[in-house]
Design a protein around this ligand. Structure first.
Ligand SMILES: *[C@@H]1O[C@H](CO)[C@@H](O)[C@H](O)[C@H]1NC(C)=O
Ligand SMILES: *[C@@H]1O[C@H](CO)[C@@H](O)[C@H](O)[C@H]1NC(C)=O
Ligand SMILES: *[C@@H]1O[C@H](CO)[C@@H](O)[C@H](O)[C@H]1NC(C)=O
Ligand SMILES: *[C@@H]1O[C@H](CO)[C@@H](O)[C@H](O)[C@H]1NC(C)=O
Ligand SMILES: *[C@@H]1O[C@H](CO)[C@@H](O)[C@H](O)[C@H]1NC(C)=O
Ligand SMILES: *[C@@H]1O[C@H](CO)[C@@H](O)[C@H](O)[C@H]1NC(C)=O
Ligand SMILES: *[C@@H]1O[C@H](CO)[C@@H](O)[C@H](O)[C@H]1NC(C)=O
Ligand SMILES: *[C@@H]1O[C@H](CO)[C@@H](O)[C@H](O)[C@H]1NC(C)=O
Ligand SMILES: *[C@@H]1O[C@H](CO)[C@@H](O)[C@H](O)[C@H]1NC(C)=O
Ligand SMILES: *[C@@H]1O[C@H](CO)[C@@H](O)[C@H](O)[C@H]1NC(C)=O
Ligand SMILES: *[C@@H]1O[C@H](CO)[C@@H](O)[C@H](O)[C@H]1NC(C)=O
Length: 837
């Protein structure tokens, strides 16, 4: 309910956030995006890249030849299950980065020696399940893994070019047409570093030359898929050869054909082994008579581990598996039986002296269909530390059956797995494990456990798995306070109890995957907890407060939860130390809001700013200041100051226009402006100023031109000034020197025209600092200091602004036209300014 309300809140809340943010901080977002793009997120698994953009799967495409026009960036190409009979020079010439090539089940018959001449990067080549009639020459200096198995070549003779495959580590080789192995066959690899060989395709060999495999000195693991029924001498020779290398583990697949009468002892070579230590027999029919022969030899051999996977067991001896007491001590420490098909319906009989297995520490009896434990047999193994009886048909009465002595059961057992069985009663199990005095770990997963009766656990039991049992929230009350590791995955839990600390004070590992937990409570405290798995639940966010309860946590698994990608997850997404997460980032994706559903949490960085008001303010401030600085630079670089000044003048003109409209309307002037200038500047005045102003309909009284001859100059000035709406002074150094003295006098006489009078307009043809003026020109100095003047710009575009401003100043204002003028002027101004930018 809580989670539901939270979700619905955020669904409506989020878009608002994003809208608001997009307008303020998009530059930040863009840089973030760039960062994400730049971030390399490639990962290498094995030898070759598994990135989807570098992989091409063209299997089952009805291809009849190698595809052309593939992207050069491809590193993994799969063209198996097609009909490609040959690979020749040029077929793969574009794929210079190819690392892994799979061409299986293609009916491939021929590979030319130069087929891979452009693909020297190939590390993995799988050309198994084809019709190759010769082992191809391969010039692939980087090759690590080569699978040539299940082809049709007549012998195992490797071409000389294999001598150059110095990195080859794994080789799979088999052909049903090759029935003998000769020493010279593997000579090219004898100086290489081959670690693993998978040899044979399940048929018998006719001939084997001693020493063929012993020359592969670096070999560590062998998978032998060769059947033996007649030629056990070959089997012995091969085993002995492998023992000459560094091979520890040998796996024998389909060792005997199903119908085979074995009279001799196939395993007599085992007693001479020195290096081989792990024996694995897979997919093989084993009669009890053969089994006895095998163990009599294993007992004397170097084998420490024997493993039987998926075997068919048949009792062909009257007393079953009967192994009398032996004089030898054995090396056997581990015995694994996983998957047995019984040929008989009766229970298999064992008569084995337990003294024989006095070093056995690990025993696995799995997938055997066992429903009653041969208790006095197994439970009496004194050295046994780990017993795995998973995947059988055991229940309480079969495991602790009546014939079992409760005194000498499992004297050293530490770990017991009863997973995938039919156990039911937790209280009964708890009572019985009290007899296993050293038991530390018990696995009861995948059973049908129920709770109800109180459970009394022994203090030495510290690990319990009850996963995949339908238990519910009450399960916590049937567990032991001594438990340090509890697995309750998929047990139907929806709430973590708040008092988990007082229930389990030593808890270090808690696994709660696959439940329906919605929140990790914020006030949960588990100071010892090192590992927590809470993946596949219904958790929408992981808060800082809840994680503060686990100060020692080293591993957290929380993937596959329906995370809501909003501010609740902010701390987890940004601050939380991801190296503690074992399943990050692939298992973490957003569930809500719907627009982010399915997106990886890792890539969700868009809204992060919105969750930190302080940070947001800081970013906005810094962005603003950056923008400010940028603007300042632009303004400086593009003469923005000049434009601003002009704009200021223009605004003032317009503002005054309102106030003075009355005066203008009532007064009558002969001229719009009286223009006074120095003789020295007459060229500019005559060619630019006067034509420009008169063209726009202004009438001018021009100094000298319109002065009445014979009148005193000051009188002329007075006359013109009084008849004009404005007086325009073209200031230059020459003007100041030659003309201004007249005006000083004039202004001194006409106090009525004050300094603040708007009728005076100054145009500066060149810069004249007020301080550079002679001291006697008091008036001018004040005027230049106090009044805004127009500067004549050299730049043509600026000159248009200048004219526009000047005309606005000189124009007689018609009140009704003011607003219209403002609008037109702005329209005129704007393109002028934007041209520059
Ligand atoms: C390949 O051919 C079979 C039969 O002709 C057809 O059913 C199948 O769809 C084809 N596959 C592709 C990938 O073209
Ligand atoms: C494979 O292709 C060849 C021709 O390139 C054709 O003769 C043959 O029948 C095809 N084989 C199969 C199994 O489609
Ligand atoms: C080669 O491909 C076959 C068929 O898919 C597969 O069974 C085999 O494991 C592959 N070999 C290697 C070395 O991966
Ligand atoms: C091995 O490689 C060397 C150098 O690339 C070359 O000269 C030599 O012929 C190669 N050997 C074989 C057998 O291909
Ligand atoms: C192979 O070597 C074994 C001893 O390791 C010997 O008994 C056997 O006769 C040899 N076989 C051949 C064919 O040389
Ligand atoms: C196992 O014994 C049966 C007879 O009980 C025999 O037919 C079969 O060939 C034997 N198989 C092996 C692999 O020993
Ligand atoms: C071989 O057996 C030993 C003892 O059981 C085991 O510890 C080891 O992991 C095994 N090695 C391999 C390669 O399976
Ligand atoms: C088990 O072994 C038999 C042969 O003994 C084989 O046919 C079967 O496929 C194997 N099963 C598995 C699961 O490997
Ligand atoms: C088990 O074998 C011993 C000899 O090793 C024999 O004395 C005993 O009777 C056998 N037990 C059964 C139940 O066959
Ligand atoms: C065990 O050793 C004794 C003598 O120490 C010997 O008499 C007996 O035959 C040996 N048994 C086996 C099965 O080798
Ligand atoms: C994150 O955790 C790892 C492993 O516990 C540690 O090495 C690393 O320093 C931590 N990083 C930070 C930023 O705390």
């Amino acid at each position: 309910m809580y989670a539901y309300i939270m979700n619905s809140l955020f669904n409506t809340y989020k878009p608002f956030y994003l809208q608001r943010m997009s307008s303020t901080i998009w530059p930040v977002l863009i840089s973030c995006l760039l960062l994400i793009l730049l971030k390399a997120h490639g990962e290498e698994v094995g030898y070759c890249s598994t990135l989807t953009e570098h992989t091409k799967d063209l299997s089952n495409n009805n291809l009849t030849r190698m595809p052309s026009h593939l992207s050069n960036s491809i590193e993994y190409l799969d063209v198996s299950h097609n009909n490609i009979s040959s690979i020749v020079h040029g077929d793969l010439s574009g794929l210079t980065h190819l690392c892994s090539l799979k061409v299986t089940h293609c009916g491939l018959q021929y590979i030319s020696p130069d087929a891979f001449s452009s693909n020297s990067e190939i590390k993995i080549l799988n050309i198994s399940y084809n019709h190759l009639k010769v082992i191809p020459n391969l010039h692939l200096p980087q090759l690590r893994i080569l699978d040539l198995s299940t082809n049709l070549y007549p012998s195992y003779a490797l071409p000389d070019s294999f001598g150059n495959l110095s990195y080859l580590s794994i080789l799979a080789i088999s052909s049903k047409h090759a029935t003998s192995v000769n020493v010279k066959d593997f000579v090219p690899l004898q100086n290489g570093h081959l670690k693993k060989i998978l040899f044979g395709d399940g048929t018998e060999l006719q001939n084997y030359e001693n020493g063929s495999f012993s020359q592969l000195k670096s070999l560590q693991e062998v998978v032998l898929k060769v059947t033996f029924c007649q030629r056990f001498d070959i089997f012995s020779d091969m085993i002995m050869d492998f023992d000459q290398t560094q091979t520890k583990k040998i796996q024998l697949v389909k060792l005997f054909p199903d119908q085979c009468t074995i009279k001799t002892d196939p395993f007599k070579a085992f007693k001479d082994l020195r290096v081989l230590s792990n024996l694995s027999i897979v997919d093989t029919w084993l009669n009890s008579s053969v089994m006895v022969k095998l163990f009599k030899n294993v007992w004397k051999s170097s084998f420490e581990e024997t493993e039987f996977l998926n075997i068919t067991y048949n009792e062909d001896t009257p007393y079953g598996f009967w192994l009398p007491k032996q004089n030898h001590t054995t090396n056997l420490r581990s015995f694994v039986l996983d998957g047995v098909n019984h040929r008989q319906y009766h229970y298999p009989t064992f008569n084995v002296s337990m003294e024989l297995v006095n070093k056995l520490t690990y025993l696995k009896f799995s997938g055997t269909g066992m429903n009653i434990l041969p208790c006095n047999l197994i439970s009496a193994i004194k050295s046994l530390q780990v017993l795995d009886l998973s995947n059988n048909l055991l229940e309480e009465s079969g495991f602790w059956w009546i014939g079992c002595s409760s005194h000498k059961v499992f004297p050293a057992l530490r770990k017991l797995s009863l997973s995938h069985n039919r156990f039911k009663d937790l209280a009964e199990i708890a009572k019985n494990v009290n007899n296993m005095k050293f038991l530390e770990s018990l696995d009861l997963s995948f059973n049908s456990i129920t709770t109800g009766k109180p459970c009394f656990w022994p203090p030495h039991l510290i690990e319990l798995s009850l996963s995949h049992n339908n238990l519910g929230n009450n399960v916590f009350h049937y567990l032991s306070p001594y438990f340090q590791k509890i697995d309750l995955s998929k047990t139907g839990i929806s709430v973590i109890p708040l008092n988990i600390m007082s229930l389990f004070p030593r808890l270090t590992y808690l696994y709660l995957s696959f439940n329906s937990i919605q929140v990790i409570p914020a006030d949960l405290r588990a100071p010892m907890l090192v590992s927590l798995h809470i993946d596949q639940n219904a958790i929408t966010f992981i808060s800082q407060k809840s994680m503060e309860g686990f100060p020692k946590l080293r591993t957290l698994k929380a993937g596959h939860n329906p995370f809501s990608c909003d501010c609740d997850s902010f701390w987890f997404m940004t601050v939380y130390n991801k190296s503690l997460l074992s399943d990050w980032p692939q298992d973490y994706s957003c569930s809500t809001p719907p627009s982010f559903s399915g997106r990886r949490l890792e890539t969700y960085e868009r809204g992060w700013l919105s969750c930190q008001p302080g940070l947001q303010a800081a970013v906005v401030l810094s962005v603003l200041s950056v923008v400010g600085v940028a603007l300042a630079i632009i303004v400086y670089a593009c003469d923005g100051i000049w434009y601003t000044k002009m704009l200021w003048v223009w605004i003032r003109v317009k503002r005054r226009g309102y106030k003075r409209a009355d005066r203008l309307l009532n007064a009558t002037f002969r001229y719009h402006a009286f223009i006074s200038y120095s003789q020295h500047d007459s060229t500019w005045v005559g060619s630019q100023l006067v034509p420009e102003l008169e063209r726009s309909g202004l009438s001018l009284c021009v100094h000298e031109r319109d002065f009445e001859p014979g009148k005193w100059i000051v009188d002329n000035i007075i006359h013109c000034v009084e008849d004009s709406y404005k007086s325009l002074f073209i200031l230059s150094k020459h003007f100041v020197q030659s003309e201004w003295c007249n005006y000083e006098l004039f202004f001194a006489q006409h106090r009525a025209i004050s300094v603040n009078d708007d009728s005076l307009v100054f145009v500066l043809l060149e810069p004249i600092p007020a301080d550079s003026l002679p001291k006697k020109f008091l008036k001018l100095r004040t005027l230049l200091r106090r009044k805004t003047y127009l500067e004549w710009p050299a730049d043509e575009r600026k000159q248009r602004v200048f004219w526009c401003n000047l005309k606005a100043i000189l124009q007689t204002v018609d009140q009704s036209k003011i607003l219209k003028d403002v609008a037109t002027d702005i329209a005129e101004m704007c393109p002028l300014v934007s041209v520059k930018e």
